[in-house]
Design a binder for this molecule. Structure first.
Ligand code: SAH
Length: 220
């Protein structure tokens, strides 16, 4: 862990992080646990070194391979929506990317499984989350549009890339009463953040929330 500057200095310091939290509160994020955790997760370690000084802006940034680290407001918003689940023992994230969303969600759940389809991003996030001391986050390499059947069913699922339509396999891996937060819509049109609650073996309810922009959920 010694090679990581977790605390940060200057534009990556705790004061800069605190200012981001103030901004999130002004934008309507109110869940105390989400705010508490985002206050200490070192986002500057999840972006390219060249971007570190801007890492506490409320913006998304490229992380290589055509992918992006989500904007902190969206991370906070999706986490808040997921926390309305009845239970958060076993949770799945699809689209590990930088690992930042996993680092925010991890401390709020018992076990977090996260799946990434691109090998270099998978490796980088796996190593960083391990170095930062997370031991309840299991990183997996694979196509998460099929979920991660080995650890299903889940109390909650968060998808951080956008499919054109809701992938049926993901709903099937939710426990009854479980919920999934997912941006749905094509790249050329508006994507909508949806909360899907599985109400029975064969039924689910969908509630639409914010309009968002995500990279596509690829299907192999
Ligand atoms: N949660 C991430 C956001 C990353 S962007 C973060 O906090 O940084 C979305 C990620 O989803 C990208 O890394 C992309 O490679 C990945 N992705 C796209 N389609 C996928 C799929 N079918 N299965 C798993 N990951 C996928």
């Amino acid at each position: 862990m010694s090679d990581l500057n977790i605390q940060g200095v200057g534009m990556t310091s705790q004061r800069t992080r605190d200012r981001l939290i103030d901004r999130l509160q002004k934008k309507g994020i109110s869940h105390p646990e989400v705010l508490r955790i985002m206050r200490f997760v070192p986002r500057h370690l999840f972006v390219d070194e060249a971007m570190a000084s801007r890492s506490y802006e409320d913006a998304s940034f490229p992380i290589g391979h055509g992918q992006t680290i989500s904007q902190p407001y969206i991370v906070a918003r999706m986490t808040e929506l997921l926390l309305e689940s009845e239970s958060l023992e076993n949770v799945l994230e699809v689209g590990t990317g930088s690992g930042y969303q996993a680092a925010v969600l991890g401390p709020l759940v018992k076990d977090l499984h996260t799946v990434e389809v691109l090998t270099p991003l998978y490796r980088q996030a796996r190593d960083l989350l391990y170095k930062l001391g997370y031991r309840n986050i299991r990183t997996h390499l694979g196509d998460g549009s099929w979920g991660w059947p080995d650890a299903a069913p889940y109390d909650a699922i968060m998808v951080t890339a956008a499919p054109d339509e809701m992938p049926a396999a993901l709903v099937q891996q939710l426990k009854i009463g479980g919920r999934m937060v997912i941006p749905v819509g094509s790249q050329n049109s508006e994507q909508i953040l949806q909360v899907v609650t599985r109400t029975s073996e064969s039924e689910y309810q969908v509630k639409s929330h914010d309009s968002v922009v995500f990279v596509p959920l690829v299907s192999q």
